[in-house]
Design a protein around this ligand. Structure first.
Ligand SMILES: Nc1ncnc2c1ncn2[C@@H]1O[C@H](COP(=O)(O)OP(=O)(O)O)[C@@H](O)[C@H]1O
Ligand SMILES: N[C@@H](CCC(=O)OP(=O)(O)O)C(=O)O
Length: 271
């Protein structure tokens, strides 16, 4: 058991579209509610939480009664703009229920590369966390297409969550998806795939078995989650990849139980 997980105080949680939207395109109200409950409970315990949430396009598709994500980038951006406010409305309703304040923070991947912007973003996070407000981060899809055009770029919310985790000096990054963790092959294609409970290093072997997205709405698949995990490992931080079907799984993770896949350097694996 790693005490660093139990003692983790500043935690970034990333939730993917596949956890927030049912395969039929409808909003998964259960996930929204359990996520709000779990993060509110942890916030009340004094932990500092940042939620990185995808779902703007998924919610936008549902609102506009569309079955398929359009290929045109401008149309995806328009859907993200429609869906983002709806996404925040859903979060506001559920977090209000648990008496927790939230804030919307829209970022681009490069924002931290500019010292002034970086400082402004950090000031915002510092003030929000000091005031017990949970920032809910998404990429600003209107001005950035990192997440939308995977033919030319490979940015996405998995990596954005890792960038945020490293800049706010988070103790732990938890990535919630529609799989139980990282497998030795894509479990949606190969039913005999085995869950890997601990990963100490990421190289071509791991990338070799990480496939694309499994759902209609997810984007990066396992590749971008591994890139996020690699960034965490390189900085000697920890990441847990777990199933977001019931976000209360976060309580189990923070209790040190073995769920999902933990990415951590070998030196701390048995502390
Ligand atoms: N080795 C692997 N282990 C686990 N999942 C994998 C693997 N390779 C590919 N995948 C796929 O990655 C998907 C999760 O990524 P994605 O669809 O982008 O979800 P999210 O919306 O949560 O970001 C899984 O549903 C699965 O189909
Ligand atoms: N900004 C986009 C996020 C796209 C994305 O990274 O999605 P996912 O693979 O579900 O985490 C949206 O909110 O739809």
């Amino acid at each position: 058991m790693d005490k660093r997980i139990i003692n983790a105080n500043r935690i970034v949680v990333k939730v993917g579209t596949s956890s927030l939207i049912h395969p039929n395109g409808m909003v998964n109200l259960k996930t929204f509610d359990e996520l709000a409950y779990t993060l509110s409970a942890l916030n009340n315990q004094g932990k500092e939480l940042i939620l990185v949430s995808s779902g703007a396009i998924g919610v936008g598709l549902n609102k506009m009664h569309l079955k398929k994500r359009p290929t045109e980038i401008g149309a995806q951006q328009a859907l993200a703009a429609i869906g983002q406010s709806e996404l925040m409305t859903l979060f506001t309703q559920r977090f209000d229920h648990y008496l927790t304040d939230i804030a919307q923070v829209l970022l681009t991947h490069d924002i931290f590369d500019y010292p002034k912007s970086n400082q402004f973003v950090m000031n915002t996070f510092d003030c929000l966390l000091r005031d017990n407000v949970i920032p809910i981060v998404n990429e600003n899809d209107t001005v950035a297409t990192d997440e939308l055009d995977h033919k030319t770029t490979f940015g996405d919310n998995d990596q954005l969550s890792a960038i945020v985790a490293s800049h706010v000096d988070a103790d732990l990054l938890i990535v919630l998806s529609d799989v139980d963790g990282f497998y030795d092959q894509n479990p949606n294609k190969y039913p005999d795939a085995n869950l890997i409970s601990t990963v100490n290093q990421i190289d071509e072997n791991e990338f070799g078995v990480a496939g694309g997205t499994g759902s209609r709405f997810g984007t990066g698949g396992m590749q971008t989650k591994l890139l996020a995990a690699k960034r965490m490992l390189d900085e000697d931080r920890m990441m847990v990849l777990a199933n977001g079907a019931d976000p209360r799984i976060i309580f189990k993770i923070l209790a040190g139980k073995s769920v999902g896949t933990i990415f951590q350097k070998e030196s701390v694996a048995h502390e």
